[in-house]
Design a protein around this ligand. Structure first.
Ligand SMILES: [Zn+2]
Length: 133
């Protein structure tokens, strides 16, 4: 006797599989089938909504449609101005921190010529410090 699998029950729920004689013999699968059937019935059942509730809901909708909408335009402008001020402040601060060290052309050429004249690569200089006594 082979029990129904979860896939079998799913197929049965979607109408892709017929019930078979296994339910007559197996109380476990029968219980699962009944549990699933009750659950499906609960899900598919129409919710009970009273006409008074629906009428009150409709009156609420009409009442809100008649009310003028709140005007948030001044707050919107304030938010936009604040965000613009924050952006300008951030842009100004990032540019004020980038103070380039001014190096003259003579300094640059002197440094380049010293690099060019030394036979040793500049990266080796830290290694020399390891062997200094
Ligand atoms: Zn079974």
């Amino acid at each position: 006797m082979k029990h129904w699998t979860e896939i079998d029950f799913q197929n049965w729920l979607y109408g892709l599989r017929e019930e078979d004689r296994h339910f007559e013999e197996c109380p476990e699968c029968r219980a699962e089938r009944d549990r699933l059937a009750i659950q499906r019935w609960r899900i598919l059942a129409e919710p009970e909504v009273s006409t008074d509730f629906l009428a009150a809901q409709r009156r609420g909708i009409y009442r809100r449609m008649a009310e003028p909408m709140r005007n948030w335009v001044p707050l919107r402008w304030a938010l936009s101005v604040t965000m613009l001020a924050v952006m300008v402040l951030g842009f100004t601060l990032t540019h004020s921190k980038k103070s380039n060290p001014t190096i003259t052309d003579e300094q640059l050429f002197a440094e380049l010529s010293s690099m060019d004249q030394s036979s040793e690569p500049k990266a080796i200089a830290p290694i020399h410090k390891l062997f200094e006594e």
